[in-house]
Design a protein around this ligand. Structure first.
Ligand SMILES: [Zn+2]
Length: 393
């Protein structure tokens, strides 16, 4: 096999190289705990295995196809029986073959097959208050934490779910909540129910009003009820100075829900002096959650000073324009979300989306942004804090 030297000198050279690399701060790339964790957690993907009998490496499906070529000409021992449980990668005899491989190529290889470090994440819209999470919230949040999620906003959609959001914050104080009535429920919340929403909106745990909006796609409540409901939710946002969270969907090829939403926002003074008076000059008066619509619509939304939140909906057929909208949004008004348990992005379980999968959407957004990944991750956190957190005086 070409390029596999033996001898003590080569081992010493390899050991020095490895030590120098650790000293240079690259050691975390070669951290065995991280490797073992990846092997134990198939969702992390990119765990490699070598086929010793065949003398060739193989990769699991998560590996980029280009890696196969790179691996195929590596000495099999370099991959040390797969970086699986109990493996001792980059140690002992394996260092022998490391000495033959250019430094940069090995680092690139390690980067490709080790799990990426958890990036900072926020989920600006997750219905942890939904029945599908009942009794399982703690495990879901543990997974989110492990994935790097720092804050989650749990929006209500009717009276019971709004109250439930507040109960969850009592249990998990790193969550934030919002109260309001979704367009689907517009015709189901009576005056007494609305009074309960209004009363709870003043609560310190509530950082926004909604989710509300217009859904002319499914029309689970009659459109006149939806219009009335949107208006009173937006008025509550103005009264409390807490931004509105808005859901807007039209049927394919149409924009009537978007047009009507913009009209109502303008009528009520969002984006004008009234909005600035209510929400302050440095805060979006509303968030268009789970963005769906054209570039023209996004431009009008941004002109009003609103924030835009991107969800797994962006991956669906018919939503391609979202990819063109992402680069247009100022970083301080760009959010990401899961809308769990709905709208699973690729790779997430179809049956129940969870906040940990916000990473997939954040990475998709990042591929369309000029910021470096760490910079964008910090920007997501700041945009979330700017929109929803009350800054201390
Ligand atoms: Zn929602």
């Amino acid at each position: 096999m070409p390029g596999v030297p033996g001898g003590i000198a080569a081992r010493v050279r390899a050991k020095r190289w490895f030590q120098a690399d650790r000293n240079a701060g690259q050691g975390d790339l070669l951290d065995r705990d991280a490797v073992d964790q990846a092997a134990l957690d198939p969702r992390q993907g990119r765990v490699i295995d070598s086929d010793r009998a065949g003398g060739r490496a193989k990769t699991e499906a998560g590996c980029p196809s280009g890696n196969s070529d790179l691996l195929a000409d590596l000495p099999p021992d370099t991959l040390c029986g797969g970086l699986g449980p109990g493996a001792r990668p980059f140690r002992g005899g394996h260092a022998t073959s490391m000495a033959t491989w250019p430094h940069r190529r090995l680092i690139a290889l390690a980067r490709q097959f080790l799990p990426s470090r958890a990036m900072r994440l926020v989920d600006s819209h997750c219905h942890l208050n939904a029945e599908r999470f009942a009794g399982d919230e703690e495990a879901v949040l543990d997974r989110a934490r492990a994935a790097g999620v720092e804050r989650i906003l749990v929006p209500g959609w009717n009276v019971a779910s709004s109250i439930r959001a507040l109960e969850l914050i009592d249990q998990f104080p790193w969550l934030d909540g919002s109260v309001g009535v979704h367009p689907h429920d517009a015709a189901k919340v009576d005056d007494a129910g609305w009074r309960r929403i209004v009363a709870s909106a003043a609560d310190d745990r509530v950082v926004a009003i909604g989710e509300t909006g217009l859904d002319y796609d499914r029309v689970f409540s009659p459109i006149p009820d939806q219009r009335m409901n949107l208006r009173r939710n937006l008025e509550l946002a103005l009264d409390t100075g807490k931004p509105a969270i808005i859901h807007v969907r039209s049927r394919a090829g149409r924009s009537d829900a978007q047009d009507a939403t913009l009209e109502t926002l303008r009528e009520l003074g969002f984006g004008g002096q009234g909005g600035i008076g209510a929400f302050g000059p440095d805060r979006p008066p509303a968030v268009i959650h789970s963005f769906s619509g054209s570039v023209e619509y996004a431009t009008q939304v941004l002109d009003l000073g609103l924030a835009i939140s991107i969800s797994g909906l962006a991956f669906r057929a018919g939503e391609e324009s979202t990819g063109e909208v992402v680069p247009l949004v100022p970083a301080e008004r760009l959010l990401v979300e899961t809308d769990s348990p709905f709208l699973s992005p690729p790779g997430a379980p179809r049956g129940r989306n969870e906040p940990e999968w916000v990473r997939v959407t954040a990475e998709w957004v990042g591929a369309r942004r000029p910021e470096p990944p760490d910079g964008l991750a910090d920007a997501f956190v700041r945009a979330y804090e700017r929109a929803f957190r009350v800054h201390p005086a």
